[in-house]
Design a protein around this ligand. Structure first.
Ligand SMILES: NC(=O)c1ccc[n+]([C@@H]2O[C@H](COP(=O)([O-])OP(=O)(O)OC[C@H]3O[C@@H](n4cnc5c(N)ncnc54)[C@H](OP(=O)(O)O)[C@@H]3O)[C@@H](O)[C@H]2O)c1
Length: 240
């Protein structure tokens, strides 16, 4: 049985991914979020606020005797305060760092700790963003936190190479522009605070957003691919 730990399963990308995986044979999903919206015999929900470091650090990865593969998808994320330096809400900076960077980092650390003795395939898939790789006006906390995710993914991968552990990999995937509440929040920003506001409105109006339901099988396909030249992946390049 393939076991998936997925954060942010209550809506958007995480929910669609969890539901798609649950539609496949021999899978079990453990979902982590503050809200539960999935009911399925092979779904277990963990009610957790990943902005709270001690809750995150105390999350327990179970031993699964039936597992043939275990995957952690660090998907929970917040866009943060869309504002320029000088006007950013400091509490929102802290929240974005916790949810987007510190929680995935700690969960990845605990995942490796829990499963490093196993010989089955183990994957950590971090849901990153193009904003990790290119600066975006007024997205300081988001860009910075996602850039941190890309970097810890590279360090973790390098360490696996150094210790010669071939069954554990870590990937950091930019999914493209997806039609979720995060995009609603981006379009709801005051254009005066965000120079790319019109671009994001146009992406929606011109039908350029991918739905989470269409994205989910693409993520599963990306997980199935074995040979990657890079730890940081752009799903749009993979699919083209
Ligand atoms: N949408 C895009 O265009 C896009 C593009 C690139 C990357 N991404 C990334 O994709 C991931 C999913 O985003 P989305 O677009 O699906 O956003 P979304 O619809 O806003 O969903 C965000 C998810 O994160 C969870 N979350 C937020 N704060 C949390 C907290 N404190 N503790 C636990 N879980 C929390 C939410 O669950 P609860 O509220 O129930 O806790 C929810 O399930 C994010 O990492 C995002 O940065 C999105």
């Amino acid at each position: 049985m393939k076991i998936y730990y997925i954060t942010g399963t209550s809506r958007g990308i995480g929910k669609a991914l969890a539901e798609h995986i649950l539609s496949l044979p021999d899978t079990k999903v453990i979902g982590l979020a503050r809200h539960q919206t999935i009911q399925h015999a092979n779904y277990k929900h963990v009610d957790i606020d990943l902005s709270n470091t001690s809750f995150t650090a105390n999350f327990y990865f179970e031993q699964h005797a039936e597992a043939t593969e275990i995957v952690l998808v660090n998907n929970s994320g917040v866009i943060g305060d869309i504002a320029r330096f000088g006007s950013i809400n400091n509490d929102k900076i802290v929240e974005a760092m916790h949810v987007n960077l510190i929680a995935p980092f700690i969960l990845s650390n605990n995942f490796v700790k829990a499963y490093q003795g196993l010989t089955i395939p183990l994957t950590i898939l971090n849901i990153s963003s193009g904003a990790a790789r290119n600066p975006v006006d007024a997205w300081g906390a988001y860009c910075t936190s996602k850039a941190g995710v890309d970097m810890f993914s590279k360090v973790l991968s390098l360490e696996q190479e150094i210790v010669g552990r071939k069954n554990l990999r870590c990937l950091s995937l930019a999914p493209g522009i997806i039609d979720t509440q995060m995009q609603d929040a981006i379009r709801a920003t005051n254009p005066a605070d965000f120079s790319r506001h019109a671009d994001f409105v146009a992406f929606k109006e011109e039908g350029k957003l991918v739905t989470p339901v269409n994205l989910a099988p693409m993520i599963v396909k990306a997980l199935a691919k074995q040979d990657y030249d890079s730890v940081t992946i752009d799903l749009r390049e993979l699919s083209s």
